[in-house]
Design a protein around this ligand. Structure first.
Ligand SMILES: Nc1nc2c(c(=O)[nH]1)N[C@H]1C(S)=C(S)[C@@H](COP(=O)(O)O)O[C@H]1N2
Ligand SMILES: [Mo]
Length: 406
């Protein structure tokens, strides 16, 4: 139900009940007006989030985690960042939900109910890292417009669903298929029903990977509304914008998908490096594919105070887009020297990897711990901000935390 409809259907008396006082000039309230009291929902309650989550925007809702909230091996819903481009759909009914596969390059256009998808195709479960392309944006200078994510727009949950590949094989795809694009039921901020807030996708090779899922469960239960209930595309290792929430249609395209936020500077970066603040022509921008190698120290919380005799057992996660992380190093002397941390293998491809180390400090005082991951192709994280780009994507600089030794 749309907000407006809600107000229309809410008698003034029940609105008064909600407020706990009569609506004195209620009869003068404009039709279709949405009372302020109903606009200000408590995001922590609304989304069952940890109280320390940080709200960056409420229209649309964008909420990030702090590094220490991401210490769990598998991110729980209460600590998972929320990134919306439009208005979250309301009144979702999983029992009537369907997914249509269409597009220029589909052989037999078909609509599956959610039940059919679940019954017809084998289920798979993977832990998948999802990082927003704009994670780390807040550090760019000159600043980039958009949500000022610091480090918390990343998660690794356990997703269960059917393989997109199995569904695409069922409908059949033509040889000229190059891309898939998703369509979803969230609505544009303008309220224009003909505009989609976002409709992105991935090349057909990525769509056919084992781990690319049409997911209906997160962490063993129905996907929370805000994370894409009842059906979500999961395309790990790429900007999380490729993982469409609330999807009801997938188009098999004979060209690069041209939906909302595929063009211009959306989720695209200069094909060749540019100077800070430089203008870049559309044709010189390239779509972000695999995300760069990155890591996060999730324990302790930055600012921790420890005793000189104590050993500090740090922990964190590292990930590398389509690749694996081969090495994790840390420094306590501002990057002059580096030590190896223990690094676990990923549970499956595209899952983040946990690291740990036991650190002894040489004397009392202020220290920083910096973490640096290296991927299987030898790329590692820059110590400071990497290449500037107009929208502030792909900041994979080393994460640092402050420690005081007493
Ligand atoms: N339908 C739809 N899917 C979407 C979005 C959206 O706004 N609408 N946001 C995308 C972006 S930019 C990101 S980073 C992830 C965020 O997923 P989360 O909110 O579950 O953490 O969802 C992606 N899928
Ligand atoms: Mo994103």
């Amino acid at each position: 139900m749309k907000r407006r409809a809600f107000v229309k259907k809410t008698a003034l008396s029940s609105l008064a009940g909600l407020v706990g006082a009569p609506i004195v000039f209620g009869r003068k309230m404009p039709t279709n007006y949405f009372p302020v009291v109903l606009q200000d929902a408590d995001p922590y309650q609304l989304f069952r989030l940890d109280q320390e989550m940080v709200v960056l925007n409420n229209r649309p809702w964008n909420i990030e985690a702090k590094a220490h909230l991401l210490n769990e091996d598998i991110t729980s819903a209460e600590n998972m960042f929320i990134r919306n481009n439009g208005i979250i759909p309301k009144d979702i009914d999983a029992s009537t939900w369907s997914l249509t596969i269409d597009g220029e390059s589909v052989k037999r256009e078909k609509t599956f109910t959610l039940e059919e998808l679940k019954k017809r195709f084998k289920h798979y479960t993977y832990q998948i890292t999802l990082e927003c392309g704009g994670n780390g944006r807040s550090e760019f200078d000159p600043p980039a417009k958009g949500n000022q994510w610091t480090v918390g727009a990343v998660s690794c949950a356990q997703w269960t669903g059917v393989r997109l590949r199995d569904v695409l094989e069922d409908v059949g795809i033509e040889n000229d298929a190059v891309y898939i694009g998703y369509h979803a039921t969230d609505t544009h901020l303008s309220g224009d029903p003909n505009k989609e807030p976002i409709s992105r996708g991935v090349p057909i090779e990525k769509a056919l990977q084992d781990e690319t899922l049409l997911a209906f469960q997160m962490n063993g239960t129905d996907i929370p509304l805000v994370h894409g209930n009842p059906l979500r595309l999961i395309a790990g290792g790429w900007p999380a914008s490729a993982s469409g929430k609330w999807i009801n249609r997938i188009s098999v395209r004979d060209r690069v998908h041209d939906g909302a936020k595929m063009m211009g500077s959306s989720y695209r970066v200069p094909c060749k490096p540019v100077g800070p603040g430089e203008k870049v022509k559309d044709e010189d921008m390239c779509i972000i594919e695999s995300m760069p190698v990155k890591s996060l120290i999730t324990y302790p919380k930055s600012g921790a105070i420890i005793g000189l005799e104590d050993k500090l057992n740090i922990r964190g996660h590292a990930w590398a887009g389509e690749l694996e992380v081969s090495k994790l190093e840390y420094s306590i002397d501002f990057g002059s020297t580096w030590q190896r941390a223990n690094l676990d293998q990923p549970v499956n491809r595209l899952a983040w990897q946990h690291f740990s180390a036991s650190i002894e400090f040489p004397q009392r005082g202020y220290f920083e711990i910096w973490a640096k991951a290296t991927d299987t192709e030898g790329n590692n994280q820059p110590m400071v901000l990497p290449g500037w780009n107009p929208k502030g994507y792909l900041n994979n600089a080393c994460h640092r935390i402050a420690i005081k030794v007493e």
